[in-house]
Each structure stands twice: as structure tokens, then as C-alpha cells.
Design a protein around this ligand. Sequence first.
Ligand SMILES: [Zn+2]
Length: 429
Amino acid sequence: MSILLEGAWIITQNENRETLRGDILIEDNQIVQVGEGISSEGIEERIDCSRKIIFPGLVNAHTHCAMGLLRGYGEGLPLKNWLAEKIWPAEAKLKPEDIYWGSLLGMIEMIRSGTTSFSDMYPVGMERMADAAGEIGMRAVLGYGMMDKPEGRNLEGELNRAKEMLGELGKANPRIKGSVSAHSLYMCSEELVKKGKELANENGMLFQMHVSETREEVFTLLSEKKMRPVQYLESLGVLDSLSLFSHMGWVTKKEIEIAGKNGVSVAHCPMSSLKLAVGDIAPISEFMEKGANVCLGTDGPASNNSLNMLESLKMSLLLQSHKYWDPTRFSVANAWDSATLNGAKALGIHSGEISEGKLADLVIVDALAANLKPLPADLRMIAYSINPSNITDMIIDGKFVMKEGKIEFVDEGMVLEKAEDVAHELLNR
Ligand SMILES: [Zn+2]
């Protein structure tokens, strides 16, 4: 299948971070040419994009996408109470079939807000999440969320479950990859973290973990181990470029240096940190300056309450400007990098830019909209103005997963109704 997108404004995110006016030629699942006046001879589908902006598909580096089923549940509580009193008891009742519908719900929201790839960890139903991603056409990196501290779970059981899932995901399709996830230092034993990282390394896979999200988590570890989380994780040997740590808000300058030196990926989730009142603004400018791979995530839709990466993109810009009293320290270009290239690098996906040879994962935006006028000379500035309603089409792996506003491979209305029923039934279970 060949597709020619003609005459668009393109935010390429290429080596020189060019924005240009031109065409994009896609053959099968790859971008094969980008530039002016590409010949349309023999092309199967030509699309006039003269009023469109095209940018690389966003990469949501940290989410729990099926948690849309619990959106709005237990609002207004601090993280610890929200998890212990509301979320974990509800999650204990979840069945794999619920995850399937919750995942489709989340994926529709992600597609409509510009995300083509995401990284997820969850303690139940990941095989069904993989099925959902396969059907709707998204790219995903999925890890069973191991934790051996709650009652009823143990180290061997959790590792076996993680291994089982890696086997299952391997059979899925090339858009779905496995990863190994340990929930956090407060939910996992030292042995589980070490063994989890070993399992990830044996398979050349991403290792995911929540790290330094709250002050309490940091000071509990400090009193138990006499080390801060990043130093402790370094002592366990789990810091390298295949480790992706979400949040990383409560960190010292020494920890930032350690993370940077080891090329760790950091998933910044500004909306959930603000909503859960964790009291910090993650110093992602400093992580970036010290060499860490700074990515962007939404976290789950129960703690955000959305999967809208465009909102997180804008919020990351606003928060860094506010934190450092300096709008240049974390630039619009840095923010786009975190939402595209850096996320793709962390997830090991050959996308994140519109360049020859890259996977054809891209987002098409209708520029004829009041909130986008006038278009700035540097198109990346639209990070401040854009919203999901501007997105008309999305291509993932060379296929339209949304075309002229219509989700292509699943019945959106049916999914929304089913997810509503499942959510209500779950809370009454
Ligand atoms: Zn999370």
C-alpha cells in the first residue's frame, strides 16, 4: 500500500528539527520520502493535506490505559489513601475481560489525542490489553506490573507471571512488545527488583518502575536503607538505558547526576503529579542537562484524568518555565523531543520522527481551526495551542487507524457503551 500526503506543513522532528511545507510518501509501514513535489505516479492513495499539519505520533511513555474504567473514582484523596482505600480494592476485582474493554476505551482516547505508541504496566489482563492494541492498530510496550509486598503475592509467583506474559506477548504481533515491570520500591522487595531487571536484560527488554513519586516514599527508604531511591537502585545494578523510571520528582542533584550518567529514561507525568498533590515539579530540565532521556507520559486516566498527551506536553512546558522562572530552560523543542523521539528511544521503537526509513506513525491535524490561527513561523509553538479536536487522521504502521475523524478498526460507539457498562458493573461487583 502506498500513500502520498501532499502539501502539508510538517513538523519533522528530524536530525535538524526542521519544519517544512511538502509531501510525505509512505510505502507499506515506512516513510520512504519527505520533501517538495514528490511524484504521484503509481501511488494508490493521494491525500490533499494543504490545510493540514502533520507531526510524528506521540509516545506516551507511562500509562495504565485500562484505568479509564475507574476514571473519577475516589477523587480528591492523597495518593496513598487513593490507592489503598479505592483503587487497589477495585483493581482486585478486575477480570481480563474488563481490561480488554478498558484498554479499547483508553486507546480510542489516545488515538484521538495524537498518541501512536505507549508503554503500560498493570497487574492484570495484559494479554487482553495486547489483543486490544492488536485490533485497534496501536503500537505498545506492555509489562505485567509485579509486586510482592501485598498479601497473597510472592516473589516466585510474580516472576513466573511476568515470564508467562512475555511468552504470550511474543506471540502477538510486531507492533506489541513485552517489558518487565516492578511496581515500585514500596511494593516490591529488593530481590524482586533485582530479579526483574535480570529478566528484562536476559530478554533485551525495557525495565519499568515508578520511582520517587512522593516524599514519603523517599524518606521511608532513606530510614530503612540509608540511601535515596536512585542511589539505592544504582547499588542494585538496575540503572542503564533499558530502564524507564516514571515520576522521579523527589530527587536530589546527586540522584539526577547518577540517572544522567547511566542514561536512564525518565517518564515525566505532570498531570498526575499535580492531581495527586505529590508536591513537587520533577526537575526534567536538569535530568536532560545531565544526560538522562526525558520522556513524557500521562500516567493512568484515573490519576490524570485523561490520556491526552497534548495536555501533558503543554503542562510540562508551563511547569518547567514556572519552576525555574525561565521559559528557555525547557524549550518547546525540548518538549516535542520528550513526547516523540525520546519516548521512541526509550521504548525501542524506530519512530518519533518524519524521516525516510522511519516507521509511518503520524498524526494529521486540521490547521483550519480558530485555536490554531495564525500559524506561527515555528510550527512547534502549536504545542501551546493545539487540542485533540484538531486531529482528523492518524496513521500507525502505514495504516489509517483514524480517518476523517472515524476510528477505523473498532466500532467506537459500541466500545464506549460497553466500557460504561463494565465500569458500573465492576464497582457493584
Ligand atoms: Zn503509574
